[in-house]
Design a protein around this ligand. Structure first.
Ligand code: NDP
Length: 419
């Protein structure tokens, strides 16, 4: 029996909420709060009569810490699930600390305004010192470690699929499959087709910022940064087939490099079709991915926000997306003195997700782990004070929950390496 406050009611949150309602013995009371309350009400109406979870809704602007504090004080949750945007991570963490409530999210902090001089000074110093230039990194949230520890509270960061399940796969490989892990390649394949010439599968602004950033990977104790989309290969994925893959910077590389310090190389690859890349380059070249406001006919507009308004809403892609996702990790290393390679992954069918929860597989593969992470915290299976990423917890109960709630794992011995 627990009370949970979910902030955000977009594509990912709506899956997580529906999954929480499948475990109403744990998620007995749920408040859905977001900037647009009508979306929360619509989801609550959809679930009415189909779950024993008691659902209420509220409006909150999570950029405003006092509004979040007031809502937490009024609702008194045991846990706040932040499934809004990475921009709200710090305000919601601050509110959780003030009110003495556990916290979790699905993506690490980045600021909405990347031209804010105070943030930019810290960012530029980090680029020089750490050696990668993505806008997001863990330093902002890791700075809360001591305060969460002292308050006896847990903050679970990045509990979607990647980041999230991919780190649980790493913890599982380290616990059960290897004595020494030498390399990790994380492979994120979306073999789905939504029929649009260009659309993103999750929040367009966050997605386009991520994929247009310089690529980087971890090797022999430091970052190697290369131009965006400059490392291309192909890989044949189970149940999807051969796809072009591109090396990207991704947030879990940063935490894995800290928590698995003996691993020599950690890389992340994502599949992209040529149409997506051509559109993205064109939009970048004409300035449509800029976060800098421009004056247009007497109004100030931010190009990437305007673009988001034009693009299909990812939460509407469910009915038209066909095909499968395949996301997982390939490891090399040693077990009992012998060289070994191992691949652990999940295959998820877009249409099966749509039939179950009305969403495509990208929202599903993020929302289910968010719910399973909350389940670990609420049932005490993951129970330590401080700020943690997924690989710092026991992967076994989490992988068992993923299996039960729709994301079973598959394994391969001696998989083909990424060349
Ligand atoms: P959406 O844009 O679909 O939904 C975001 C939700 O947050 C909306 O309901 C939005 O409200 C709400 N929101 C935005 N700003 C505020 C605010 N200031 N106060 C309160 N609510 C707010 O995003 P997604 O569902 O696609 O993504 C959700 C999160 O999941 C993101 O952080 C994304 O980066 C992360 N993600 C993680 C993945 C992983 O594997 N780890 C994979 C995919 C996504 P409104 O309707 O008013 O705009």
């Amino acid at each position: 029996m627990s009370r949970v406050l979910v902030i955000g009611c977009g594509g990912v949150a709506s899956v997580a909420i529906q999954k929480c309602c499948q475990a109403s013995d744990v998620f007995s009371e749920l408040c859905i709060a977001s900037r647009t309350k009508s979306k929360c009400d619509a989801l609550a109406d959809k679930l009415a009569g189909k779950t024993k979870t008691n659902i209420t809704t509220a409006r909150v602007d999570a950029d405003n810490v006092n509004e979040v504090i007031a809502l937490i004080r009024a609702y008194k949750p045991d846990l706040v699930m932040n499934i809004a945007l990475p921009y709200q991570d710090l305000t919601i963490m601050d509110a959780c600390l003030t009110c003495g409530v556990h916290y979790m999210d699905t993506a690490n902090y980045e600021p909405e305004d990347t031209d804010d001089p105070a943030w930019r000074a810290v960012y530029e110093k980090r680029c020089r010192e750490a050696g990668f230039s993505a806008y997001f990194d863990y330093s902002w949230q890791w700075a809360y470690r001591e305060r969460f520890e002292k308050a006896g509270l847990t903050a679970l960061l990045g509990c979607g699929f990647d980041p999230g399940v991919t780190q649980a796969y790493c913890a599982y490989a380290a616990k059960h499959e290897f004595d020494v892990i030498d390399t990790i390649d994380i492979l994120d394949c979306n073999g789905g087709d939504h029929g649009y010439p260009f659309a993103t599968n999750f929040n367009p602004e966050v997605n386009l910022r991520e994929v247009s950033a310089p690529a980087s990977y971890w090797e022999n104790g430091h970052w190697v940064e290369i131009p965006a989309m400059s490392f291309k290969s192909t890989y044949t994925f189970d149940e999807v087939g051969e796809k072009d893959i591109y090396l990207l910077h991704h947030e879990e590389i940063e935490s894995l490099a800290v928590h698995l310090p003996d691993v020599k190389r950690i890389r992340f690859f994502m599949t992209f079709g040529q149409s997506y890349l051509t559109h993205m380059r064109c939009l970048q070249n004409v300035g449509m991915l800029s976060t800098l406001p421009v004056e247009f006919e007497g109004h100030e507009i931010v190009p990437i926000k305007f673009l988001k308004a034009l693009l299909p809403d990812p939460s509407t892609l469910g009915p038209r997306t066909h095909g499968k996702t395949n996301i997982g990790c390939i490891f090399t290393g040693k077990k009992d003195g012998r060289d070994k390679s191992y691949y652990i992954y999940n295959v998820c069918d877009h249409q099966a997700c749509y039939r179950e929860v009305g969403s495509q597989a990208i929202s599903y593969t993020t929302g289910v782990p968010a719910m399973c992470g909350a389940l670990m915290l609420l049932t005490g299976k993951w129970n330590k004070s401080g700020v943690y990423t997924v690989e710092e917890f026991d992967p076994d109960p989490f992988l068992a929950a993923l299996e039960e709630y729709g994301l079973p794992r598959r394994e391969r011995r001696d998989p083909a390496p990424v060349e």
